[in-house]
Design a protein around this ligand. Sequence first.
Ligand code: MCF
Ligand code: ZN
Length: 334
Amino acid sequence: MDEEQRETIRALPKVELHLHLEGAAPPAFIRGIAQEKSVRLDNVFREDGAYAYRDFVHFLSVYEAATSVLKSPQDYARLTRAVLEESAASGVIYSETFLSPDFCGGGDTGAWKEYLHAMMEVAEEAERDMGITLRGIVTCIRHFGPEKAKRAALCAAETAGNWLVGFGMAGDENKGKQRDFAYSFDMAREAGLRLTSHAGEWRGPREVREAIEDLRVERIGHGVRAIEDLALVDMLVEKGIVLEVCPGSNVTLGVYPKMSAHPVEKLRERGVRITVSTDDPPFFHTTMADEYEALARTFGWDAEMFRSLARTSAEAAFCDETTRSALLKRLETA
Ligand code: MCF
Ligand code: ZN
């Protein structure tokens, strides 16, 4: 790939569907807030300033420690702006972000509404100033258990609308089962929210199958280990299930040893609807532009391929149809 091709690919307009809001916080932003509040954050940063963690489970606890400095709707307003600035700089024009009522008000619906309002206000400004559209997906956290998930689902149901578009689950896949959260997913579905769940990242294909059958999700967070069961891959194709693939995250956390061992290309070749996201970009030392460049280098994806990827992502976005048409038009004319 020559320099011109590299630049072209990095500059393409992008659609990102899998981004955890606190996980996208630049480390300097979290350090700044901690300093303002005189809070000590031990063992969260490396000497070079990046986030420090050893493995997946440790990543989850460092994520929660970094998040602990964010305590008000105003903090989340600032976080939203910082994250959107990074995304826009990477060419993202539409983004869906995971939001946790557990972190935003401790699962209380009244407090959650204030946090949500603050984030939506910033999103509106950013759309005007930076041309990036944001939508939210309320996310329950698997290792916090089904009872907390019900409170998250209630927060989601009470604020479901044209900005809050989905409900999902993230967290430690090795804890519990997808079906333990069926009540919460049912509540969210009845409120009109679209559904996604992290599955098939740390556990194998069975987890993906269970997310589809027990929670009736239409998108899967990661889902890459579906490749270990080709009958399941066929089912994904048949049902049109969309995978929110985060290649850099999977390689950095050690799901796969290197990019060339990542199954994204095999899944795509078999006809699965693939989208690409960063997950928690500063934690994984990546950006959307970096993901595009790595995929181009590793699998030879060209600009046409990325255009089709962005279209698939826009089609799989949980936004309303007016927003989707505008997005597709922007992609077409870019
Ligand atoms: O996708 C990555 C790795 N797999 C599972 N979960 C998470 C990932 N990044 C963040 N999370 C979880 C984590 O538990 O999502 C929560 C975090 O607390 C935040 S959702 C706004
Ligand atoms: Zn994720």
